[in-house]
Design a protein around this ligand. Structure first.
Ligand code: ATP
Ligand code: ZN
Length: 720
């Protein structure tokens, strides 16, 4: 038979092979390709279009009996490859764990079950005396446990010790559909708005539908998720919960684990290949009831997926920014429709895309207008910075308020979306500034590591002693980053601790959890950080939130900038007053009269978003227009322009598609290459996609295409 195989190569082609063994679509095969051998996925059996059988090579080996990509996932991936116009082989690769891409055996995983022997049962707690860990293990083993469960909390040598002592015995088990035990932690009594939301989702189980849960910060969206999940898990179904990249805290996981007595898996980029592979398999066998994961968890092979949830659905990290540029929210909706199950999107600050879908009747709208236990929304006060005497980037009023709240025994959270010590060093004599020699950007001064770091290409170098322009030694930091603010806060408020949360301070494994735990203990203190602080955290003792600087974000060319700023302001402010005390927000700005600030503060995000949506409609922007973007990079600027000129030329045949460009990307040089783009707008999605198909076919024929690096971004989020 002839089989059509998708190969992991960046070509928009598929390849046919002869195969005399039994094989089904979705299985991996090893095939000859040029001088190499590649692992591909069987995509179609006996394709009907023409091929020359005499020319075909034979498959070297069939690697799977059971498809690693089941039919629903193949359907999803095939849709995705079409929609994002991305090579299918590359799309499939994103959906498989690395070990499977490398050819590892995909047979169902075997685990081991540990249970107490008769001798083990006759032990008593007193016998363990000071050996607390062993006592805990013995208590855990009162019920048989799988090795993978035990290894989450105990070391392997402890398990071996129990076996050597004759206290425990080991038997092999295969993962299968998970077992439910009684709910472990009681659910909260819902308020009426929550109850309505939960009922709506529960009633929709069993067929496809899409809900937007728009609930203000602290309105108890997580409780809605948990109670919506409950019946699914009781009936043996599986649930996928997608969260933003940095939203997957140990606290989130604990909340889901403690509520249901079922196995919960996590999936994120900071796991080993083996850990990912194990989760992948436990999904496939049905052993995991719930998976909480970031973007690519969307492609996991659930045995019985009955509900999808996307928390913080507006978050930009759901869009992949390189390679296969998919939007996990949009593909998750597609996946729900393929599986025939409901999907629930939740946010305090929904994306304009989702709100438009509500207005057009595609999503059902669920609202939580108030905080869960009746707390007030925090009051926002603008601090006009004009002509103020600033100390360490803070006005007098700001410093006073911080002090008041600390003295009341509350925590104060300060938001500054710039990590490092200072955005650049400047020469006091001639004005020269430290620049990245590979990017059109300044390099950030990191004081603790004594480095200049480019936040765009990652290049680092030592701190110079002399100005690169005039040789003077008068180099001083300009501007303020979190590292600097931390130092300054310590000087201003020496009696209180300062906890900094940003990408640098949480790099070490476990350090984020440590910082969060410390904050949750509630001691009065200063918490300072970047947008990492803004996402979903519940810090009940935060009484005051200070937003140090938003001014640079008020004037941006990106049409999405206002939406993103409004989301950020609302999310950060929403960390205040979640406990028993009402919260306050101080927003420092030189532009207190700015329309966006006034609108968000006076009328709230919901109102802002609805008027922003009207504006998008009037100015012909997404989501009322469909947008795609060609970006090209090359060491020579001329090549970029020339390539885009050819794209523009082709678009003369497509009057229904409007062009913006060729123009330089906002960051025109990155890692030594020039970057240019063309934006394409169309009212009709189909026409846009047809035009893309036709231009892509052309592009592959241009010799110039081999001299530049180009990408297509469909529904781009980041226009940079
Ligand atoms: N029905 C309820 N009664 C009392 N407390 C509740 C109820 N529902 C939720 N809560 C509590 O309210 C707090 C806020 O809930 P949660 O963190 O889920 O809010 P959220 O809507 O996700 O907020 P954000 O969007 O800011 O992350 C939690 O401490 C939660 O336990
Ligand atoms: Zn750089």
């Amino acid at each position: 038979m002839v089989i059509r195989v998708a190969l992991p190569i960046p070509l928009r082609l598929h390849f046919d092979y002869l195969c005399d063994k039994e094989v089904s679509p979705g299985c991996r095969v090893l095939v000859p390709f040029g001088k190499r051998e590649l692992i591909g996925i069987v995509w179609q059996l006996n394709p009907t279009d023409s091929y020359d059988a005499a020319q075909l090579k034979a498959v070297t080996e069939v690697l799977d009996q059971i498809p690693v990509l089941a039919a629903p996932i193949r359907q999803l991936l095939s849709f995705a490859a079409d929609y994002y116009h991305h090579p299918l082989g590359d799309v499939l690769t994103s959906a498989l764990p690395a070990l499977l891409r490398d050819g590892k055996n995909a047979d169902p995983l075997k685990d081991h079950s540990y249970s107490l022997t008769v001798a083990g049962q006759h032990l008593t707690a007193e016998q363990f005396k000071a050996a607390k860990k062993r006592l805990a293990l013995w208590q855990q083993l009162q019920q048989p446990q799988t090795e993978s469960q035990l290894l989450q909390h105990f070391q392997r040598k402890e398990l071996q010790y129990f076996v050597e002592q004759g206290w425990a015995q080991v038997t092999p088990v295969f993962y299968g559909p998970y077992q439910t035990t009684a709910e472990q932690q009681k659910s909260l009594p819902l308020n009426p708005a929550q109850a309505l939301a939960v009922t709506a989702v529960q009633q929709a189980l069993g067929s496809f539908s899409c809900f937007l849960l728009e609930g203000v910060t602290g309105s108890g969206k997580t409780e809605v998720y948990l109670q919506a999940i409950s019946p699914v898990v009781k009936q043996g179904g599986q649930v996928l919960v997608l969260v933003p990249e940095i939203g997957l805290t140990p606290q989130t996981l604990a909340r889901f684990e403690q509520r249901f007595g079922v196995p919960v898996g996590v999936w994120h980029s900071n796991m080993t290949d083996l850990e990912r592979f194990t989760v992948w398999q436990r999904c496939q066998t049905g052993d995991l009831a719930i998976v909480i994961g970031t973007r690519s968890a969307l492609f996991l092979p659930f045995l019985k997926l009955d509900l999808l949830i996307i928390d913080e659905e507006h978050d930009n990290s759901f869009k992949q920014q390189d390679g296969f540029r998919y939007h996990a929210r949009d593909l998750a909706i597609k996946r729900a429709s393929i599986q025939g199950c409901p999907i629930l999107l939740g946010s305090a600050t929904p994306s304009l895309e989702s709100l438009a879908n509500v207005q057009q009747g595609r999503f059902a709208h669920l609202e939580l207008p108030d905080r869960a236990a009746g707390q007030l929304m925090p009051a926002v006060e603008l601090v006009d910075l004009k002509q103020q005497q600033m100390i360490h980037g803070m006005a007098g009023l700001t410093r006073q308020r911080i002090e008041q709240h600390l003295k009341l025994g509350q925590q104060v959270l300060l938001f500054l979306n710039r990590r490092g010590f200072a955005p650049a060093l400047i020469c006091h004599e001639c004005g020269w500034m430290t620049e990245c020699h590979r990017c059109s950007a300044f390099t950030t001064f990191h004081k603790q590591s004594r480095q200049l770091v480019c936040h765009h290409c990652g290049a680092t170098k030592g701190v110079p002693h002399q100005c690169g322009g005039c040789g003077s030694t008068q180099l001083a930091p300009v501007g303020q980053g979190t590292e600097q603010l931390e130092e300054q806060l310590q000087q201003l408020f020496p009696a209180f601790t300062v906890t900094r949360l940003d990408r640098d301070s949480t790099r070490r494994k476990g350090s984020l959890q440590q910082a969060l735990d410390q904050i949750l203990q509630g001691e009065p203190q200063l918490i300072l950080g970047t947008q990492m602080l803004a996402k979903g955290h519940h810090f009940p003792n935060v009484g005051l939130v200070v937003i140090i600087d938003v001014d640079s974000a008020l004037y941006s060319n990106d049409f999405r900038a206002p939406e993103q700023l409004a989301q950020l302001l609302t999310q950060v402010s929403g960390r205040a007053g979640r406990g028993s005390q009402p919260g306050k927000v101080l927003l420092q700005t030189h532009y207190p009269g700015h329309a966006l600030l006034q609108d968000v503060i006076q009328n709230g995000y919901a109102s802002f978003a609805r008027s922003a949506l009207k504006e998008r409609q009037q100015t012909f922007l997404p989501p009322f227009m469909f947008l795609a973007l060609f970006r090209v990079e090359a060491h020579q600027l001329e090549l970029c322009k020339e390539w885009l000129q050819q794209v523009a030329e082709h678009y003369k045949n497509w009057p229904q598609v409007q062009l913006l460009g060729p123009l330089a990307c906002p960051l025109e040089r990155k890692a030594g290459k020039y970057r240019w783009q063309i934006q394409l707008f169309a009212k009709d999605r189909k026409q846009l996609h047809q035009s893309l198909d036709s231009v892509l076919a052309e592009i592959s024929r241009w010799s110039l295409s081999r001299k530049v690096k180009w990408q297509l971004d469909v529904d781009p989020q980041d226009l940079n």
